[in-house]
Design a protein around this ligand. Structure first.
Ligand SMILES: [Mg+2]
Length: 287
């Protein structure tokens, strides 16, 4: 077990539920940072910005969680001569960090400085107070993930699986490892484990976790990333949320902070009946 996986609950208190979060699009708005770095990287190599819809469509395919590989794939689909991944990562990180990712965050000049938070520290204190153990499973690079959790949100040693700690989502290895660190051995006796993400890959990660532990209660919760909540994007948001539900999300929630509303349902096992859609349209999105 990696030493970073400290439970957020005392060992003596079994949590009533385990709530795991994706970070990008769920804890912070990366529309002006990671997504912008994808667009700038594609422009750097191809000479033209990708349409934001092209990035959304790629993410909806469920297998492009890694933003470096997503950038490469956008270039491939444009017919651009492909750079080596290592070179692309350097260009991407120049936009995103604007400095040494492993150096002092105070020296970073890149887009990472423009990431609005979607929840604040008291949100996590409230979960802890409710007996919920929480942690983060993200494909973000460790310096970026730690920066938002520790420096921006002020969390101390948050339980975290980041890029390189486990295979990329939708492989469920990281999710399962952190769930077990917080819940104990998985199975019918274990507390329910929920994962809140914003992409099809996040939903598929829960599906695959279920396949490995069919007797464990898992919930896949989803939220559309912030750029879909802008005025005038209601139709696109509904389409995106329908894709999350079609991929198997148990519920789409309107905002990360409202995930607490679902805790009683998760614990009683009624969330599926309460919110599982009977059609391809999202039913929880505007509740
Ligand atoms: Mg995300």
């Amino acid at each position: 077990m990696a030493p970073a996986l400290k439970p957020s609950q005392p060992a003596s208190a079994a949590p009533s539920a385990v709530l795991l979060f994706d970070i990008d699009g769920v804890i912070r708005d990366v529309g002006g940072s990671y997504r912008r770095a994808i667009a700038e990287t594609v422009q750097h190599y191809s000479g033209a910005h990708p349409d934001p819809g092209a990035i959304d469509a790629l993410k909806a395919e469920g297998c492009w969680n890694n933003d470096w590989e997503a950038s490469l794939e956008l270039l491939r689909r444009r017919g651009t001569a492909l750079p080596a991944l290592e070179a692309l990562v350097e260009v991407f990180n120049g936009f995103y960090f604007g400095g040494d990712p492993w150096g002092d965050p105070a020296a970073w000049q890149g887009f990472i400085g423009q990431e609005p938070l979607l929840v604040e520290r008291p949100f996590f204190d409230g979960l802890t107070g409710a007996g919920v153990a929480w942690g983060f499973v993200s494909g973000a690079e460790p310096p970026s993930a730690r920066y938002v959790l520790e420096q921006r949100l002020g969390l101390t040693a948050p339980p975290l699986i980041a890029m390189g700690d486990a295979p990329d989502k939708p492989d469920p290895t990281g999710l399962l490892r952190l769930a077990q660190a917080l819940a104990g051995p998985l199975g019918p006796q274990a507390p329910p484990v929920a994962y809140l993400g914003d992409t099809v890959a996040d939903v598929l990660t829960v599906q695959r976790a279920r396949q490995q532990h069919p007797d464990q209660r898992f919930w896949s919760l989803a939220v559309a990333p912030p750029h879909f909540h802008l005025p005038g994007r209601e139709r696109e948001r509904a389409h995106y949320e329908a894709q999350l539900l079609a991929a198997g999300a148990d519920a789409v929630i309107p905002a990360t902070a409202q995930v607490s509303d679902h805790l009683p349902w998760m614990e009683s096992g009624q969330i599926a009946q309460a919110s599982k859609p009977t059609s391809s349209r999202p039913t929880m999105a505007d509740s």
